[in-house]
Design a binder for this molecule. Structure first.
Ligand code: DQA
Length: 143
């Protein structure tokens, strides 16, 4: 099975940005964790990060017919992006939303997720393990 794992804006600043919320591990640590988690389960993966909404939309569109599922942390675009929601609906691939932090226990505006409407599940508040749970969910259901 092949997965596309997408990370949105400011996640490249992991380790530096708000360590009390997001931890001290870096984006490179996350990238390595995701590749290892997939490799251990015989899953092929493409891991990608962008600070730009349109680039994330392009990546979702280019996954059509190429991957079996999408794991996405849309970061701040979670709370604003109808474009990412529409892209996920357009390709209609199994998708799972993830967040490092517990978005429901933070500011009110973080409780809204547009991309989440097109996702089968959301895993949040478990740091890197949120991604692991998403990968395992997709592997179990579609692998
Ligand atoms: C985040 C939560 C979002 O609210 C925030 O804008 C992020 C990261 C998370 O992984 O906890 O950038 O998606």
């Amino acid at each position: 099975m092949k997965l596309l794992i997408l990370n949105g804006p400011n996640l490249n600043m992991l380790g530096i940005r708000e360590p009390d919320i997001y931890g001290r591990r870096t984006y490179d640590d996350l990238d390595a964790f995701l590749r290892r988690t997939c490799a251990e389960r015989g899953i092929e993966c493409e891991v990608f990060q962008s600070n730009h909404e349109g680039v994330l939309v392009d990546m979702i569109q280019s996954a059509y017919g190429v991957v079996d599922g999408i794991v996405i942390n849309p970061a701040a675009y979670t709370h604003t992006s109808v474009a990412i929601l529409d892209a996920l609906k357009a390709v209609a691939l199994p998708a799972v939303e993830v967040h490092l932090s517990d978005v429901n226990a933070r500011e009110e505006f973080r409780r809204v997720s547009y991309p989440g409407i097109a996702c089968e599940k959301t895993f949040a508040g478990q740091g890197f393990d949120s991604y692991k749970l998403a990968i395992e969910y997709l592997a179990e259901k579609y692998g």
